[in-house]
Design a protein around this ligand. Structure first.
Ligand SMILES: NC(=O)c1ccc[n+]([C@@H]2O[C@H](COP(=O)([O-])OP(=O)(O)OC[C@H]3O[C@@H](n4cnc5c(N)ncnc54)[C@H](OP(=O)(O)O)[C@@H]3O)[C@@H](O)[C@H]2O)c1
Length: 245
């Protein structure tokens, strides 16, 4: 049995592969590096490696989704004259792949249930408005509840497997989303693309960001699986998570 299957069998949750592109100093805000002809081909390595890894479903944080994908679209509401049950809404059970986002307070605006060919699943809490849910139902965008007021990542992952059959999920940023999965011991593999550039900004985010309050481990140990130099002198590191200390 493969490692993936053993993991699924034990926990009935997807196998999580975190993929991030960084500067040599571990910073992740690619837009700060500009769009020059030297930098552009480096940042394109992210999508290429995502394709090479070959697992199409991915999850990101609310900030990454609104910045890189929905472009700060405002929430849309559909007025309803009845209460909507807090039941998960599965609009597509057999999509080829899924784009998942954590959006506890329903801040994201959606006009379509498709994001770059993937069916969108938004993870909400039960505190969101009925009119927000009514709109999502109308456009056929799936939503699941991660908790009453806060999102429980274990619950979310179990639902992604049981309701949508997701077996492997790419965890693709930003730092806060990655940090929250790492802090729960839920990341199985970590892939880092180190671009040949240094950032040096003190305030720029890094790959894993975990607030001190609520931090569960001093560090996460990794076991190196592979080091590859790919095009444009980008280094692709592949680790498995070995435990927490
Ligand atoms: N270099 C790369 O490979 C790469 C990849 C992806 C993204 N990025 C960059 O990363 C930046 C964004 O990173 P970020 O750390 O600021 O934001 P993020 O991780 O994308 O999103 C953070 C937000 O997601 C929600 N969230 C995350 N974890 C949660 C949890 N466990 N429970 C409930 N909600 C949770 C929260 O939303 P609420 O505040 O609404 O509660 C949180 O504020 C962007 O600039 C993006 O371009 C870089």
């Amino acid at each position: 049995m493969s490692d993936n299957l053993i993991q699924q069998h034990m926990t009935k949750r997807p196998y999580l592969i975190c993929l991030m592109m960084t500067s040599v100093d571990g910073k992740i805000l690619g837009e700060k590096w500009g769009k020059s002809k030297e930098v552009q081909p480096l940042t394109e390595s992210f999508e290429k490696v995502h394709e090479l890894i070959g697992h199409k479903s991915w999850i990101v944080g609310r900030t990454t989704m609104e910045k890189d994908f929905t472009h700060y679209a405002k929430p849309v509401y559909k007025e309803v004259d009845h209460a909507i049950n807090r039941e998960d809404f599965v609009a597509s059970k057999d999509a080829d792949s899924y784009a998942v986002v954590l959006d506890a307070q329903a801040k994201l605006g959606w006009n379509s249930s498709d994001m770059l060919g993937q069916h969108v699943i938004t993870v909400l809490t039960e505190s969101v408005q009925d009119s927000y849910l009514a709109h999502l139902q109308q456009i056929g965008l799936s939503y699941i509840f991660g908790g009453k007021e806060d999102i429980n990542l274990h619950v979310v992952l179990e639902k992604l497997t049981s309701l949508f059959g997701i077996e492997t999920l790419m965890v693709e940023g930003g730092g806060r989303l990655n940090g929250s999965f790492l802090n729960e011991g839920l990341i199985d593999e970590y892939h880092q693309l180190i671009l040949p550039l240094a950032d040096g900004r003190i305030e720029t985010s890094s790959v894993f960001e975990i607030p001190e309050a609520g931090r569960r481990f001093n560090a996460t140990l990794l076991k190196l699986q592979e080091v590859k130099q790919i095009e444009h002198e980008v280094i692709w590191l592949r680790y498995k998570v070995a435990g927490q200390v």
